[in-house]
Structures are given as structure tokens and as C-alpha cells.
Design a binder for this molecule. Structure first.
Ligand code: GDP
Ligand code: MG
Length: 210
């Protein structure tokens, strides 16, 4: 990883970051006036925790143990002057999800992915303990079809042994390489221990500057 980019990203995320708005429907989306990087993943994968770790702000994205509550896109402005926007996408694949909620998620996400030229990358979060699930593969296929560049990010790396982490990382990367829109490398992170966070910040910045 490029040291200069890591340092630039550190500075950016140490600066001003603010919640912009919530969009429960596409008509409420902010004007696409700045490059965006979105975060997606199964409910409880650690998305809110990772957004908080990334921005060094604990209350920014709400973390909770009751998954599947939010079905809206949340936008956060990063940098002053504004450099990029983070998009917290609704979680998916939680147990006992009502069918209509699943359908709603698909419409919202699909329409967002297909119509958003300023969306530079999606980070698809995957729990280190579980690896890729079929619901993740469904999202990956949606992204491939929409030709939206994405990258797989392992979460909760502190919950598995180093050997297990290496194995799941390899397996996940092998699968990523079979997908046309996926970045071939996988970032392993732990919000709890701070592992992979500088690298993730750099990956976000790289996505909007390259
Ligand atoms: N050990 C550990 N637990 C984590 C980590 N990230 C999240 N968690 C826990 O996983 C649960 C779900 O996290 P949350 O961020 O709310 O997940 P979300 O539903 O994807 O937004 C919470 O109990 C978190 O404390 C991590 O890096 N390490
Ligand atoms: Mg959350």
C-alpha cells in the first residue's frame, strides 16, 4: 500500500465529516455533485462499527444488536472542502426478513446502483467468521451487472485465528477474481482492534481519486 496515500487518507478522515441526509426512497437522494463510496453487507456484519472506526467518530453510524431495522441510504460528507461522500446502504440477508422488505431492499439498491454515475465504488463487507454467503453473491452479481466497481472487505478479523483469517481471505479473494467488477484484493479489518483501518481509508480515497 502506498504510504503517501495512507497518510493523505488519514488526514482526510481526521478532518470534518458530517451526516448529510437519509434517503428512504430514491427521490430523496442528494444531488450527485461529489464522488461517492458505498458500504454494503449483511445485517450485523459490522458495517456501522466499521464506518465509526473509519471516521474515528463513535456516534456517526449507529451500531446495534437488532439487525435489519434501517432500510434507507445514509449519506455522510467527508472533507472541507467536500471531497467525497460515504453511503451507508441498508443491510440485507437477516433472518426472518419479511418478503416485502427484501423486495424493497432489492429495488432501492438496484435502482441506486444502476443510476448513480458518481458512485465510484462499493465496499462489500463480509464477516471473517462466515466468509461469502449466497446473499453476498447475489449482491456481487447485481454489482457486476450494473458495472459498479466493488471491493470485498472482511470484518471482525479479531474474532478468528490468524491462520483462519489467512484462509478466508484467500478463499474470498479467489472468488472475487471470478467477478468482472470486483477488485482482486481483499482488505481484512477489525473495528475493535483498528486492524486494516488505515488501509481501508486509503482504499476509499483511492476509489474517488483514480
Ligand atoms: N469483535 C468484534 N465485534 C465487532 C466488530 N465490528 C462489529 N462488531 C460487533 O458486531 C455487532 C454488529 O455490529 P454493527 O456495526 O451494528 O453491524 P451492522 O448491522 O452491520 O451495522 C455489534 O455487537 C458489534 O459490537 C469487530 O471488529 N470486532
Ligand atoms: Mg448498522
Amino acid at each position: 500500500m502506498n504510504d503517501e496515500l495512507v497518510e493523505q487518507a488519514r488526514k482526510l478522515f481526521a478532518g470534518p465529516i458530517a451526516f448529510l441526509k437519509s434517503a428512504p426512497e430514491l427521490k430523496f437522494l442528494p444531488d450527485p455533485d461529489v464522488p461517492e463510496v458505498a458500504f454494503a453487507g449483511r445485517s450485523n456484519v459490522g458495517k456501522s462499527s466499521l464506518l465509526n472506526a473509519l471516521t474515528g467518530r463513535n456516534g456517526l453510524a449507529r451500531t446495534s444488536n437488532t439487525p435489519g431495522r434501517t432500510q434507507e441510504l445514509n449519506f455522510f460528507d467527508v472533507g472541507e472542502p467536500l471531497q467525497l461522500r460515504l453511503v451507508d446502504m441498508p443491510g440485507y440477508g437477516f433472518a426472518k426478513a419479511p418478503k416485502d422488505l427484501m423486495r424493497r431492499w432489492k429495488y432501492l439498491v438496484n435502482d441506486f446502483l444502476r443510476g448513480r454515475a458518481m458512485l465510484k465504488r462499493v465496499l462489500v463487507l463480509v464477516d471473517s467468521r462466515h466468509g461469502l454467503k449466497d446473499v453476498d453473491r447475489e449482491l456481487m452479481e447485481m454489482l457486476d451487472k450494473a458495472a459498479v466497481s466493488y471491493r470485498l472487505v472482511l470484518t471482525k478479523a479479531d474474532k478468528v485465528k490468524a491462520t483462519e483469517l489467512a484462509a478466508v481471505r484467500q478463499k474470498t479473494a479467489d472468488e472475487a477474481r471470478k467477478h468482472p467488477a470486483a477488485h482482486p484484493d481483499v482488505i481484512a479489518t477489525s473495528s475493535e482492534k483498528g486492524m486494516g483501518i488505515p488501509e481501508l481509508r486509503a482504499a476509499v480515497l483511492e476509489a474517488v481519486t483514480s
